[in-house]
Design a protein around this ligand. Structure first.
Ligand code: ZN
Ligand code: ZN
Length: 190
């Protein structure tokens, strides 16, 4: 068949369009993994239970899903997941120990391969774990003078003091912080 020049251009254009559309549908056929991390009662330097939820919202099944947690935490080894289907959700129970202090940033990285060509995809999410602060000691302003039972020094009106909730003993704020319990009745001051 003898193509005219204009037909040939048109044909090339159509072929190119077909190629682009095939390529973009292959690209769209990919796993997309959403990551959520939950930690029950996170504690500093102690193990807590938690879970990672992976949700594959993409169109392709993900293979060899590897989860990694980076940042101020230790985690017991997480077994790779062989497959995570399209539209599937998978929960991974977790043992985690927070080693940072205050608001601890963690990054959760997931890598997975696409089902048919092993192309690797990476996903990442960041979470901030807020560690519960210990209840602080309640500080008051002295309304009368007296003697501190810890240091035997005098307590003057207007100084920062801590009053024992049980026996009413009054201590300097700093003495209360170092003593932690009331020297008279042994009640914790915090
Ligand atoms: Zn004192
Ligand atoms: Zn007391």
């Amino acid at each position: 068949m003898d193509l005219k020049e204009s037909d040939r251009d048109k044909a090339l254009e159509l072929a190119e369009e077909a190629f682009e559309s095939a390529k973009s549908s292959v690209d769209a056929f990919a796993p997309v993994v959403e990551i959520a991390l939950e930690i029950k009662d996170p504690k500093k330097d102690d193990w807590s239970e938690g879970k990672i939820t992976l949700n594959n919202t993409g169109k392709a099944l993900a293979k060899n899903v590897v989860v990694e947690i980076l940042g101020g935490a230790e985690v017991e080894e997480i077994e790779p997941i062989e497959t995570l289907g399209a539209n599937a959700t998978h929960e991974i129970p977790l043992k985690i120990k927070i080693t940072g202090t205050g608001d601890v940033p963690l990054a959760i990285k997931v890598s997975a391969s696409r089902i048919f060509d092993e192309q690797t995809y990476e996903f990442e999410t960041a979470e901030t774990i807020s560690l519960e602060k210990r209840p602080d000691i309640q500080v008051e302003i002295a309304d009368k003078s007296g003697e501190c039972p810890v240091c035997r020094g005098s307590i003057k009106e207007g100084l920062k003091v801590v009053k024992c909730k049980k026996c009413g003993e009054v201590l300097h704020e700093l003495c209360a912080r170092s003593a932690e319990t009331c020297p008279k009745c042994n009640t914790p001051l915090a």
